[in-house]
Ligand binder design. Sequence first.
Ligand code: SF4
Length: 64
Amino acid sequence: MSKIRADRSVCEGIGMCETQADEYFMVDDDGFVEVLQEDVPEADRALVAAAVASCPVAALKLEG
Ligand code: SF4
């Protein structure tokens, strides 16, 4: 199982992550990413990895 790490101090609220994997990421009312589910099962790893890679300011990491 992999884990999502998000650095909200870097996030610019662009929302690429939410667009690609809205079960895991949401841009909240303050305009920063909120991780809805930190644990990523193997079946969703590629989906979440693509969403993490799409962040233009590298605010997201997928560990494990
Ligand atoms: S893609 Fe990056 S900058 Fe955009 S909302 Fe997600 S974490 Fe924030």
